[in-house]
Design a protein. Structure first.
Length: 537
């Protein structure tokens, strides 16, 4: 059980001076002190000198002096000085049991100091005196506090006569109250421990000096006993190891065979699961492609129907009836007699401005209708092929046509994914399971094998993977994206890669054979799994 101990001992003038030197580290630090932690100590009340404590005790005695006859019959005499061996202070020590130390040391220093002060003040109040000094030591093996009480109380009575066994036991109870809320209580009284059968040697109080001198010797003896026990344990372990090796050698062949069979069974089950998964995925994608093909065929049919309607509308528009006007001509004289002959009548045909505006208005309505149908069809195609990931040799002039061409093509399996391939384009339809890294690997490796340049239409996650591979392969000059932001990220990543891998001038001067960019790229791409089962499987 976490416990606290409060010990009190009387001090003469000579011992009070030594107590002050130890508490405030005024002399050379003993070997058991961790000097690097001395700065953590707290001197809450500096301890007065022995002379000052002696004067305070004499003052209290004189203040309490009452003239009158002594028991011998002679008149009492006013005390004029303190005897050399008189008790001028009481030294107090507050310590904790081993299981109480971690909880208390976890508190902040201010909280620790506050509780030590409360405990010392409570003990001082018990003896009708006050705390003359208080110091907290954190540079030894365990945290503890030293405090000192004036050797005489406020009534001029010596504390040494008040420190009976019962009073000292009560001091333990009073001092522990400042730590009760932490679950730390006073230790079991010595009499109760002896009555419970505990060895008397464990109940004998030893001073700090005795502990510091005896503990190293006791620790060395305990270490010797531990070493002997470890030798015996090592001997037993060696015998057990020999026996285990004998048993292991006998069963090694059977265990090895069982391990191989288990591994083969596990591997066969994994391949069967992969085959079933891929078969289901191919069937699902085949059904999906058939549905998409039917949808695209329906859209094409709608487009043809709209074009036919447009042609019919174009041919069914009646041209307006032109206006006719006769051209006035002068009579012509002919022959020797100068006879006048009337010319043949001539007419001019023309359209009014209103007729032309009406005609062009009808044509504009037809063109607007066709444009709206075309935009609606393009948006429908875009929505139906939105999740497709593409790579082409060059930028497509008609992105919708490129997307439509991906539907209805034969499915093949590459790099762990189902893809459609043509001479000009590779497409990855939506499928599960698949990761951005798998999709990027399939598109990138396919394009690198087919064409000197590659143009990608992908989402941002796949684009990020493609940028990593492109930069590692030093091919950013032959790779492009439909998305302008993705192209910008590719350029930024390439510049950063070049600046990070730029060699110092001295290193370039001593290099005999520089590494080629394509060698680095190929080395990096070897990390991608090109097995039929795909990466990550």
């Amino acid at each position: 059980m976490p416990a606290i101990s409060v010990r009190l001992e009387t001090r003469s003038s000579a011992k009070t001076g030594g107590e002050r030197m130890h508490n405030e580290r005024l002399n050379d630090a003993p070997i058991y002190i961790a000097s690097e932690r001395t700065c953590d100590n707290s001197v809450l009340i500096p301890m007065p000198t022995a002379a000052a404590l002696s004067r305070e005790c004499l003052r209290r005695r004189r203040a309490a002096f009452e003239p009158g006859p002594a028991p011998s019959g002679n008149p009492k005499r006013m005390p004029l000085s303190m005897a050399a061996k008189a008790v001028i202070s009481v030294a107090g020590l507050i310590t904790f049991s081993t299981d109480a130390q971690p909880d208390f040391e976890a508190l902040p220093f201010d909280e620790q100091n506050k509780r030590f002060m409360e405990a010392a003040a409570a003990v001082a109040k018990q003896y009708n005196t006050d705390v003359a000094a208080l110091a907290v030591h954190r540079d030894e093996s365990a945290i503890h506090a030293h405090f000192a009480l004036h050797g005489f109380d406020h009534a001029g009575k010596p504390l040494s006569k008040q420190m009976t066994r019962a009073a000292l036991s009560k001091s333990q109870d009073i001092g522990s109250q400042a730590f009760a809320d932490l679950g730390i209580t006073r230790g079991i009284p010595k009499a109760d421990r002896i009555a419970a059968g505990e060895s008397r040697s464990k109940t004998i109080h030893r001073t700090v000096h005795q502990l510091h001198s005896a503990l190293p010797r006791e620790l060395a003896e305990a270490q010797q006993r531990v070493d002997k026990m470890q030798l015996r344990v090592a001997d037993v372990e060696e015998k057990l190891a020999i026996r285990e090796r004998e048993l292991t050698e006998k069963d090694a062949a059977a265990i090895k065979q069982d391990g191989k069979m288990a591994t083969l069974e596990k591997r066969l089950k994994t391949y069967q699961n992969r085959l079933e998964s891929r078969t289901e995925e191919v069937e699902r994608l085949g059904t999906l492609v058939n549905e998409k093909t039917t949808e695209i065929a329906g859209l094409d049919k709608q487009l043809s129907s709209k074009k036919t309607q447009l042609r019919k509308l174009g041919t069914s528009i009646d041209l307006p009836k032109p206006k006719t006007s006769k051209i006035a001509q002068k009579p012509v004289k002919k022959g020797l007699l100068g006879k006048t002959k009337q010319p043949e009548p001539q007419f001019v045909h023309y359209y009014l401005e209103s007729q032309v505006q009406e005609l062009f208005g009808g044509l504009k309505n037809i063109a607007d209708t066709e444009r709206d149908n075309h935009l609606r069809l393009a948006k429908d195609i875009q929505d139906r092929t939105r999740d497709y990931q593409h790579v082409r040799e060059t930028r497509s002039q008609n992105l919708q046509s490129a997307k439509r061409s991906a539907v209805g093509q034969a499915l093949v399996q590459r790099y762990g994914l189902i893809v459609t391939e043509t001479d000009k384009q590779v497409t990855v339809p939506p499928q599960n399971p698949s990761t951005p890294a798998q999709i990027a690997a399939a598109l990138y490796r396919s394009s690198r094998e087919k064409w000197p340049t590659a143009h990608f239409t992908v989402n941002d996650e796949v684009a990020n993977q493609l940028i990593k591979m492109t930069v590692q392969d030093n091919r950013s000059d032959v790779v492009s994206f439909d998305n302008i932001a993705q192209s910008g990220r590719l350029l930024t990543a390439q510049k950063l890669h070049e600046s990070e891998n730029q060699e110092p001038k001295k290193a370039r001067l001593t290099t005999t054979e520089p590494r080629r960019a394509w060698d680095i790229g190929n080395a990096q791409l070897d990390d991608w799994d090109d097995s039929p089962s795909g990466p990550g499987n």
